[in-house]
Design a protein around this ligand. Structure first.
Ligand SMILES: N=c1c2ncn([C@@H]3O[C@H](COP(=O)(O)OP(=O)(O)OP(=O)(O)O)[C@@H](O)[C@H]3O)c2ncn1[C@@H]1O[C@H](COP(=O)(O)O)[C@@H](O)[C@H]1O
Length: 93
């Protein structure tokens, strides 16, 4: 699981840095932190709606959208997945 998340983060950081044509990541990152933060909020709402009324497949799809957008926001913040894992490990009982 962390392997996929780490790989996704690397791709995101690369896209933000290189800004290749056609990259959705580069496009939203260029709109600024506020825009990406709002996308995280939108995807969170869509995940909630999927959970409450749209079934498992939609819930999985919206959860993936949410995590992807959160990862883009983390990259903009300069927070690495390892820092997030560390915080989660710290909370483990
Ligand atoms: N995991 C994702 C991913 N999940 C969702 N999305 C995009 O997020 C968008 C979903 O948001 P919306 O439903 O709001 O769609 P939208 O109307 O197009 O978005 P807005 O115009 O409102 O910004 C879609 O355009 C999806 O394509 C993703 N785009 C990219 N990735 C990953 O990021 C990598 C780099 O992608 P590029 O930056 O496009 O090269 C890819 O290889 C993937 O691994």
């Amino acid at each position: 699981m962390t392997e996929v998340l780490d790989e996704l983060y690397s791709v995101i950081v690369d896209r933000i840095k290189r800004k290749p044509q056609g990259s959705y990541t580069a496009e939203i990152a260029s709109k600024g932190k506020g825009y990406v933060a709002r996308k995280v909020g939108e995807e969170a709402v869509e995940t909630i709606v999927a959970s409450l009324s749209e079934g498992k497949e939609r819930f999985i799809s919206e959860s993936a959208d949410l995590i992807y957008h959160l990862w883009v926001l983390m990259a903009i913040e300069g927070v690495t997945p390892e820092e997030l894992y560390e915080e989660l490990r710290r909370r483990m009982k």
